[in-house]
Design a protein. Structure first.
Length: 526
């Protein structure tokens, strides 16, 4: 039977970097050591390169756009072989997908083959249809929208019971956990008590509660952590915190509060200072954003309502600590789904408003109306965190790799195409925050174990052959804020389930990826 033999490389797994050859057969690692090629082998020379387990992106927004070849190439160029979708509380399943397609179109894209159904139905759309694997978290906001509609009041007992049944069904379908996005709608209207009840079936199934926590992060992180601690204490669920950006001592102290309370807890962090989100999220009142799109557009098209927003709402925008009065200079337009505004991609709101001769508020409301809210933006911060501080956070053993990658847009955040290459370039090669084995642990083995992704994340005989070949001297992120679409370099050969999906820096067209169903944690020889 045909096999692939990786020869001459250095295998990175466990605590070591060892000169060894690796044979891939029938989707798994068949042998490791000093191996002799046979006539059945496709031999790939890995001399001077590292053979590493494929990376697992614990926070990715490619639920719909994963079928785009350019997105696949951008992920594989960073060594990512598995993504975890269903993030931030909003995605396509379970249900008819309407809420996600309407509210989160500028984040997750549109899924062109999923017309609604269960988590199992959604996972099936990825089987054999992509070169990467896709795991999935049940999105709590989607669940709430399906049961409670657009109401902002607390869910009643019958509604909570219905939501719990939907979460339990999603977990039975193979979801890895439950996600929330508590600065977005409808998550913003979900109480800790409601969420705690939704996490009960997650805990029972051995899943993880993944949270974009409430409160805006940074100096406000304690509010979100206290709520997470209360939720986990009630249900016994394990916790994973999305994009935990804050001062390094605060991150450490708050993570210690969770683990010190006996709560298994991990977190991810993309290695950039700026954020990215829906343009409407910080610039429209959440109660308005919670309404159907047609209602919001009617408000934005009404002169009296616009003046009310100017007088009553945008003063609050200016007072937000993360934005301040300079908000038009801090927001760069990444995706505007209107040909009339294609010229504005890559400009700040201040720059774009000046070009058309209007003030920033008028421009913002005009562009949200023209795009039907399908707009996202890169958000600068008042005090960008330098790499030295990022290194302090990444040194925490509870960290796991996550990009929060958003590919929608002509001028997206570079984290989508650069995060995992930048981990290696900056925090392994340049700063030595991690050794190569530690990088393999944080970016592969630990996420596989946390999210129940089976025998992935290590290079061991019998384990699934999701592998990458890394040039340790050349691997680098080339995406920048100015040029965000540049591909990473230094990872030219990638294998998923033993099948080459990238060879010599190009896609092969093979589609061995799958919708991953949660499995029990595997035993390792370590």
């Amino acid at each position: 039977m045909p096999t692939t033999l990786l020869i001459g490389g250095f295998v990175v797994t466990g605590d070591t970097v060892t000169r060894a050859d690796v044979r891939l057969q029938d989707g798994v690692i068949a042998a490791i050591g000093n191996l002799q090629a046979t006539t059945a082998d496709t031999v790939i020379d890995c001399a001077g390169h590292l053979i590493m387990p494929g990376f697992i992106d614990t926070h990715s927004h490619v639920d719909g756009i994963i079928f785009d070849a350019a997105v696949q190439e951008a992920l594989l160029a960073q060594g990512i072989t598995t993504v975890i979708g269903g993030q931030t509380g909003v995605s396509f399943a379970p249900g008819d997908g309407t809420f996600a397609s309407e509210y989160f179109a500028a984040i997750n894209g549109s899924h062109h083959t999923f017309a609604g159904g269960s988590v199992a139905d959604l996972l099936a759309t990825y089987d054999g249809a992509t070169p990467l694997n896709v795991a999935y978290a049940v999105p709590a906001g989607t669940i709430r929208a399906a049961v409670c509609g657009r109401r902002t009041e607390p869910a009643d007992a019958d509604e909570i019971a219905a939501m719990v049944r939907m979460v339990a069904a999603g977990m039975a379908d193979g979801a890895v956990g439950l996600s929330t996005g508590l600065d977005y709608v409808p998550g913003l209207f979900q109480s800790a008590e409601e969420i705690a009840q939704l996490t009960v079936p997650v805990a029972a199934a051995g899943g993880v509660y993944i949270s974009h926590m409430r409160g805006g992060y940074e100096a406000n992180s304690r509010e979100g952590i206290v709520e997470i601690r209360d939720i986990a204490a009630r249900s016994g669920v394990s916790v994973h915190i999305s994009h935990f950006h804050a001062d390094p001592p605060l991150v450490t102290a708050l993570m210690n509060e969770l683990t010190g309370a006996g709560i298994p807890a991990t977190f991810d962090l993309y290695p950039y200072a700026r954020g990215c989100t829906l343009l409407a999220m910080p610039l429209l009142p959440p109660e308005l954003s919670n309404e159907p799109v047609e209602h919001v557009l009617a408000v934005l098209n009404d002169a009296t309502a616009r003046e009310r927003l100017r007088a009553d709402w945008f003063g609050q925008v200016e007072r937000k600590a993360s934005l301040g009065p300079a908000w038009p200079e801090m927001i760069t337009l990444a995706h505007l789904d209107s040909p009339d505004y294609a010229w504005a991609h890559g400009l700040t709101i201040a720059e774009a408003a000046t070009r058309v001769g209007v003030d920033a508020i008028t421009f913002t409301l005009d562009v949200l109306l023209a795009t039907r809210l399908r707009a996202n933006a890169v958000m600068a911060v008042q005090s960008p965190r330098p790499d030295a501080e990022l290194a302090e956070i990444l040194a925490d053993p509870r960290f796991q790799g996550g990009s929060d990658g958003i590919f929608i847009g002509a001028h997206p955040h570079p984290r989508a195409r650069g995060s995992f290459a930048r981990y290696l370039e900056v925090f392994v090669r340049e700063r030595a925050t991690w050794t190569w084995p530690e990088a393999a642990e944080r970016l592969s083995a630990a996420p596989a174990a946390t999210f129940g992704l089976g025998q992935r994340g290590r290079i061991e005989v019998g384990w699934i052959a999701d592998l990458i070949v890394v040039d340790p001297e050349q691997v680098a992120a080339h995406a920048t804020y100015e040029h965000p679409n540049a591909l990473a370099r230094g990872i030219d050969d990638v294998f998923v389930a033993g099948v080459a999906v990238r060879r010599g820096g190009a896609l092969t067209g093979n589609m061995p990826g799958a919708g991953l169903r949660r499995t029990p944690k595997p035993n390792s020889s370590r």
